[in-house]
Design a protein around this ligand. Structure first.
Ligand SMILES: [Zn+2]
Length: 84
């Protein structure tokens, strides 16, 4: 399935778009437009339904890399976090 992504009236077919010579993941761009600011490299965009082609803003969740890693590993086996 090819998902088309619409941003500001423009459609994108690829998960990566090019802005000023840099490749940007389209879901990061969508989140940046939503927030009205740039994302830091430490901010990870998670797809709530785990479908990376679903770049609807409602499906995108912003989190740290640590949160993201634990979220995905927690989905496979439920582990209590006993850190710190
Ligand atoms: Zn994720």
């Amino acid at each position: 399935m090819t998902s088309k992504i619409k941003i500001n009236g423009k459609e994108y077919e690829r998960p990566t778009i090019w802005i000023n010579g840099k490749s940007v993941k389209v879901y990061r761009y969508i989140m940046e437009q939503h927030l009205g600011r740039k994302l830091s490299p430490f901010e990870i965009i998670h797809h709530i339904d785990e479908d990376p082609s679903n770049n609807a803003i409602e499906n995108l969740q912003i989190m740290t890399r640590e949160q993201h890693t634990s979220l995905h590993s927690a989905g496979k086996r439920r582990v209590k976090q006993n850190k710190g």
